[in-house]
Design a protein around this ligand. Structure first.
Ligand code: G4P
Length: 536
């Protein structure tokens, strides 16, 4: 198995290497076909011979991106991986986002590390809740989005109606680059609007990638008749209404190029890869906390967007995923962690390709490096080499909406309990809150979605060998308490209390928004600030 090209041999042309990288994520509602599309992309890149070897869910061959037993059992992807592969001369970095809404904080972190996103839409369902939420994150971060309308091989909605939905529901103008010939479920071909010809639909057997068979307009009309004429009319209608491809609108994230296809049949996928290579932005200079853009060819810098433990059940090691922002990463280099100002040796740097790991010796802007056993690293940390120091803005924590006190089920395992809770907090699996009042032994776990608790409980039992009991609290609203001296005002209420998060932030929790409003009305001097809301 090839795992992609990390660098041209002997090359240290940082800008050139950055330019040929495309770092993106696929965002979609569960079941829209994200795993299938990931496999199909890799097939086209000739990384693997057969779909199913990279990424998949329960029952599929070679489940590799979904590490945890629980994920397998539930058929959801919680953990995220980064795949790197070569497509022609381009290096593709595909970052996986968790599918379930409860893990949107995690998704947000992954999306902070991409330069573009592919929004995958099920042709029968259109824009679904999780697609909308993820799209909001892209909008918030100004991430350009390519839309891929999937499953055109089976009955679904009307192509024009799906494009209208993009503008009506998320305000993104559709710029179609292909258009299906034949309604969903009776796919016959695909107009390639840029090339002016039609690709015949021929489902690839066994997940392979068949070469495109292109027909000129005369042949296509003769072969597909009314279906072809209708497709042409519909596409022209949209193009005439301002749907012509416009790179500026795409990169400004005000319009989205739209492609149609069937990932499971490997149809339309090559066009998507070509589009990513052709128009999706490569890495750009990143702004530091002083709002200075760090040039791509400045000395090495990267930021940690994800820390994950237990990907390899045999070792239970911790991997910190860092996205390179500038310069060249060379394995073994000693870098500085901007948060702690301490040196960090990058001896064990890996690239994760599905479950296969290979050592990364060199990486460039846009690449993701997995730093193994990086126990000192936290999500949001900046790593840099040389001078001057640099620090990129940290990643915001979302406002939690679910809270539960965790206690060790077995009091004899208090040490493992403490260690596990600490680790889960540092990784961002859940937020960990404490107060003197509740004591060390009864931390409160806080989550954006309740499924985060399941992951925490599962890992406490299986990984840290300290099963926990969770006692759910009634709180639903959280704010940041700006002045620690005002703590007593909140603690005095019976329906509110203050807890301190691992990062030192004081969170004021309330059973209902109404409790919060009443307290503020009675104490106008109280300063409570909103936390980043879910979805940015
Ligand atoms: P996800 O990662 O977004 O959750 O979705 P996944 O790829 O697992 O796809 C969900 C289901 O949709 C799968 O069927 C998959 O085969 C199917 N699918 C994906 N792309 C297409 C497509 O282009 N056309 C059609 N017809 N189906 C598609 P499943 O029955 O749930 O699983 P499986 O047994 O087929 O793997």
């Amino acid at each position: 198995m090839k795992s992609g090209i990390a660098a041209r041999p002997g090359s240290a042309d940082v800008s050139g290497e950055a330019e040929r990288r495309r770092t993106f994520a696929v965002i979609s509602h569960p079941d829209a076909g994200k795993s299938t599309l990931t496999e199909a992309l890799a097939v086209h890149a000739e990384v693997i011979a057969e779909a199913g070897a990279v990424h998949g869910k329960s029952g599929r061959r070679g489940v590799t991106s979904d590490w945890l037993e629980m994920e397998r059992a539930r058929g959801i992807s919680i953990t995220s991986a980064a795949l790197q592969f070569a497509y022609g001369d381009t290096v593709i970095n595909l970052l996986d986002t968790p599918g379930h809404a409860d893990f949107s904080e995690d998704t947000y972190r992954v999306l902070s590390a991409v330069d573009s996103a592919v929004m995958l839409v099920d042709a029968a369902k259109g824009l679904e809740p999780q697609t909308l939420k993820l799209f909001d994150v892209c909008r918030y971060r100004g991430i350009p989005v390519i839309t891929f309308i999937n499953k055109w091989d089976r009955p679904g909605r009307d192509a024009l109606a799906l494009c209208d939905e993009l503008i009506d529901r998320i305000g993104l103008a559709a710029m179609p680059l292909t258009w299906p010939v034949g309604p969903a479920g009776q796919l016959r071909g695909m107009l390639d609007l840029a090339e002016g010809n039609t690709i015949r639909y021929q489902p690839a057997a066994g997940g392979g990638a068949a070469p495109d068979l292109r027909l000129d307009p005369v042949r296509a009309e003769a072969e597909f008749g009314e279906d072809w004429r209708r497709a042409r009319e519909e596409a022209d209608l949209l193009l005439a209404a301002g749907g012509d491809f416009d790179l500026t609108r795409f990169t400004a994230a005000t319009a989205t190029p739209v492609l149609f296809g069937a990932a499971v049949r490997n149809f339309g996928v090559r066009r998507l890869l070509d589009l990513l290579v052709g128009v999706a932005p490569g890495p750009a200079p990143r702004f530091d906390t002083e709002e200075r853009a760090r040039p791509l060819d400045a000395p090495f810098s990267a930021f940690v967007f994800k820390v994950q433990t237990g990907m390899d059940p045999a070792h239970r090691d911790q991997v910190a995923f860092a996205r390179v922002c500038s310069g060249v990463f060379e394995r073994g280099m000693v870098v500085t962690n901007a948060t702690t100002r301490r040196p960090f040796a990058t001896k064990y740097a890996q690239q994760l390709f599905g479950q296969q790991r290979s050592t990364v010796d060199i990486a460039f802007p846009g690449d993701v490096v997995g730093l193994v056993n990086a126990t000192a690293l936290r999500v949001g940390d900046t790593l840099y080499a040389g001078k001057p120091p640099v620090r990129f803005p940290g990643l915001p924590s979302f406002a939690p909406a679910h809270f539960a006190v965790a206690r060790p089920a077995d009091l004899g395992r208090a040490k493992q309990f403490r260690k596990g809770v600490e680790k889960l907090g540092a990784e961002g699996v859940v937020q960990v809150l404490r107060s003197d009042r509740r004591g060390e032994a009864a931390p409160v776990l806080a989550a954006v979605g309740p499924m985060q608790f399941e992951v925490a409980a599962h890992r406490m039992e299986h990984e840290f060998t300290s099963p926990i009991r969770l006692e759910h609290l009634q709180y639903r609203a959280a704010r940041r308490l700006a002045d620690p001296a005002q703590r007593a005002l909140v603690d005095a209420g019976r329906r509110s209390e203050v807890l301190t998060r691992l990062d030192g932030t004081d969170l004021a929790l309330f059973v209902e928004e109404m409790d919060l409003r009443l307290l503020c009305r009675g104490n106008p001097e109280l300063v409570l600030e909103p936390l980043v809301a879910e979805g940015g």
